[in-house]
Write a protein that binds this ligand. Structure first.
Ligand code: ADP
Ligand code: ASP
Ligand code: MG
Length: 403
């Protein structure tokens, strides 16, 4: 069997954890499996590197940011290979360059295009355990890129697909995918399995247990994932196309504080304004989430939308530079907002979900600023200070708690 095992930052945070992981890898290897390991940067390394960068330059270029952040993963893989050497097992660490993990050019948010598998298969044939840096790639300029925060999951799934692995295991610091973040909702229930579509929505809406693109790739290449704890031996959650359990009305609640609302005030109420605004942002690789347009009055209207907070300053700057062309009066930015969402495939055929969610928020005295819905999710934008309370209230209202 060829197994891809990914371990997140907290799973390799210190010496003990590194050895804990090394021993788990060893078990599979000793059974005669080929083992490919993907690692994230240790503990809070990525956050610390970002803080370090901001000390030097509050607005560093994304290229140099990627150059810096990729060092975190390189430390992890080298240390893991050393631990395995110490345990007497042949291992080799490889970074994105050595593998040749080709991505698009967009720094800090690149997508994997193609992975050269030759080096990896040669090392596996030589009976080595192959330890690969997560989160990073190389673009056509031979520069390092990164896949966005949490991107190591995506590296693991892309490798599993490229190598036609028999299993792809994502080890983390919780026991699987829960009905809500177990750190916010202590009685959240661990799911035995979840469909790609529901997991993709949860991940996109802030459940950072899996990087959303990893789920997208898993669905595309039909890679069955299992999410499980690196510390506790317990069944995890299987992520796959069709789940056998009865479709739940709602499978989970997700929250995302990393969101900012931007409003462009007083634009002309005429055709083409929304097109100009959003194509401008798209051209600059800024993803827009919830969009709300006010009703026109006196020939003008306001357009507001949310973006991931990391892109807010850039979005504001771009819009301000084009304010005249967009016929706008001013741009406002509100960062103390958060999204709370419910996700469930069963929603498609059940009318009461929105009402239940809004009632729960009303009972908790929480005001809704924006609403967005799709077939399998409802998202509300609220004040950031209310986010945990809202998550708990909504989780409670749908009776998702552990029995
Ligand atoms: P890793 O470093 O292993 O990649 P992450 O911190 O990226 O770990 O993701 C795991 C964290 O995701 C958990 O510690 C948990 O707080 C959070 N989380 C958010 N939503 C969920 C959920 N629905 N189920 C499980 N964990 C969740
Ligand atoms: N180290 C990166 C991050 O903190 C990638 C990851 O953990 O998946 O975002
Ligand atoms: Mg992660």
């Amino acid at each position: 069997m060829l197994i891809v095992k990914k371990f997140g930052g907290s799973s390799v945070a210190d010496k003990e954890r590194v050895y804990n992981v090394a021993n788990r890898i060893l078990e599979d290897y000793k059974k005669g499996n080929d083992v490919v390991v993907v690692l994230s940067a240790q503990g809070k390394t990525t956050d610390q590197l970002i803080a370090k960068a901001k000390e030097i330059n509050p607005n560093p270029s994304r290229r140099e940011m990627d150059m810096l952040l990729t060092t975190g993963e390189q430390i992890s893989v080298a240390l893991m290979a050393m631990a395995l050497e110490k345990l007497g097992v042949p291992a080799v660490s490889l970074n994105a360059f050595q593998v040749a993990m080709h991505t698009t050019s967009v720094y800090s948010n690149a997508r994997i295009k193609r992975i050269d598998t030759e080096r990896i298969t040669t090392e596996l044939e030589n009976k080595k355990i192959v330890i690969i840096t997560g989160f990073q790639g190389v673009n056509k300029f031979d520069d390092y890129t990164t896949l966005g925060r949490g991107g190591s999951d995506t590296t693991a799934v892309a490798l599993a697909a490229a190598l036609h692995a028999d299993a792809c295991e994502i080890y983390t610091d919780v026991e699987g995918v829960y009905t809500a973040d177990p750190r916010v909702v202590p009685n959240a229930r661990k799911l035995e399995e979840i469909s790609y579509d529901e997991m993709l929505e949860l991940a996109t809406l802030g459940a950072k247990v899996l990087h959303n693109r990893s789920v997208e790739l898993a669905k595309k290449y039909n890679v069955q994932l299992v999410v499980l704890s690196s510390l506790v031996v317990a069944d995890g959650t299987i992520v796959k196309e069709e789940t056998k359990v009865e479709k739940m009305l709602v499978s989970g609640v997700a929250a995302d504080k990393n969101t900012t609302r931007i409003a462009v005030m007083g634009v002309k109420d005429e055709p083409g304004i929304a097109f100009k605004l959003f194509s401008l942002l798209a051209k600059n690789n800024i993803n827009v989430d919830i969009i709300l347009q006010s009703i026109g009055r006196d020939g003008t209207k306001d357009i507001s939308f949310t973006v991931a907070s990391d892109f807010a300053a850039e979005a504001k700057q771009i819009i301000e530079a084009n304010l005249a062309r967009l016929s706008g009066e001013k741009v406002t930015v509100e960062d103390n907002v958060a999204k709370v969402s419910v996700v469930g495939a069963g929603m498609q055929t059940n009318a009461g979900v929105a009402a239940t969610m809004f009632e729960a928020l009303y009972d908790a005295g929480i005001n809704i600023k924006m609403i967005s819905t799709s077939e399998i999710k409802i998202t509300v934008l609220i004040d950031e200070k209310d986010v945990n309370e809202a998550t708990q209230a909504v989780h409670e209202a749908f009776k998702l708690a552990r029995k």
